[in-house]
Design a protein around this ligand. Structure first.
Ligand SMILES: C[S@@+](CC[C@H](N)C(=O)[O-])C[C@H]1O[C@@H](n2cnc3c(N)ncnc32)[C@H](O)[C@@H]1O
Ligand SMILES: [Zn+2]
Length: 282
């Protein structure tokens, strides 16, 4: 049985362009999206569109990381991060509009933003098929598409009112191209104090590079200027499972040994500290 077109994908179909010929629109057909010259992209039975065909993604979360992230986000511990992202998105546009969440993961932030924008539609983009399975059912107005952010996006010029990037890779030139001139890019990233208690106890956990803010500025500055930056910092209590999930959902998971995790070295509370900036295109 071919997969029918998921309603959220139907809602966002006009944003998509054939990734092979770049400019042509896609139309639905027999469990797939088709371009007029015959390029075909499957719609997975989990509801996301597989535009990334025949190429290996450069990066992306594996099943264990996605599970850990999904469990941890479900605790609500990052709800204040969602709140600030949603507030910046709401400030950026009227109720209707298009939100593209790049490196959307499980779709947690995209769904939360769409809840605050009842007339808006959303599109989540990620390389991780495990994440996309969740993102495709995160919200009834959120479509999900497999794509690698380091390649030219399969999206029309000026299609987005908001590009949302939460802890995800960045492609400033493509963010600029797909945003409307009046749109906003919202970038949420960790500050140097984020999860300090966990980092302190686990030598293998990747640290936040102190020059990261400078690098971010240098990368974005040719394309964007800052409208506003908000800092969100608070402490959350952690159960042992929460702490394991926090480690498990980061790239550090690949470097932390079972010995690191044994022996009760996990903290029972942790500082969450992020910066969220809204940028306008130059
Ligand atoms: C730290 S997670 C953040 C996920 C989500 N924004 C959140 O905060 O819950 C980074 C996400 O970027 C995705 N990712 C990594 N490299 C990518 C790439 N080249 N293109 C698209 N997504 C990528 C990962 O699969 C993962 O879902
Ligand atoms: Zn094509």
């Amino acid at each position: 049985m071919p997969v029918s077109l998921p309603p959220a994908l139907d809602l966002s179909l006009d944003l998509l362009r054939c990734p092979t010929c770049r400019t042509r629109r896609l139309r639905p057909g027999h469990g797939a999206l088709l371009c007029p010259v015959g390029h075909t992209f499957d719609i997975a039975r989990h509801g996301y569109a597989s535009l990334l065909t025949g190429t290996r993604a450069t990066s992306g979360d594996d099943a264990a990381m996605v599970q850990a992230r999904h469990r941890f986000l479900s605790t609500g511990a990052y709800a204040p991060i969602l709140e600030v992202g949603a507030r910046l998105a709401v400030d950026a546009q009227s109720e209707q509009g298009t939100v593209v969440d790049v490196g959307c993961g499980t779709g947690y932030y995209l769904a939360g933003v769409l809840d605050q924008l009842p007339g808006a539609r959303g599109l989540g983009v990620d390389t991780s098929v495990r994440a996309l399975r969740l993102a495709a059912r995160a919200h009834d107005r959120a479509a999900a598409v497999a794509w690698d952010l380091f390649r030219p996006f399969p999206l029309a010029d000026g299609a987005a009112d908001v590009v949302l990037d939460v802890f995800a890779p960045r492609n400033p030139a493509e963010f600029h191209r797909v945003l409307r001139p009046t749109g906003r890019l919202i970038v949420v990233r960790p500050s140097g104090r984020h999860l300090a208690e966990l980092r302190g106890r686990m030598s293998a956990m990747v640290t936040v590079d102190p020059a990261k803010e400078q690098r971010l500025h240098r990368a974005l500055n040719p394309f964007f200027e800052t409208v506003v930056t908000e800092q969100v910092e608070y402490a959350v209590p952690l159960t042992k499972l929460d702490a394991l999930d926090l480690v498990g959902m980061t790239p550090s998971a690949r470097h932390v040994s079972p010995a690191d995790l044994a022996g009760g070295v996990l903290p029972d509370r942790v500082t969450v500290s992020v910066l969220a900036t809204a940028y306008r295109p130059r």
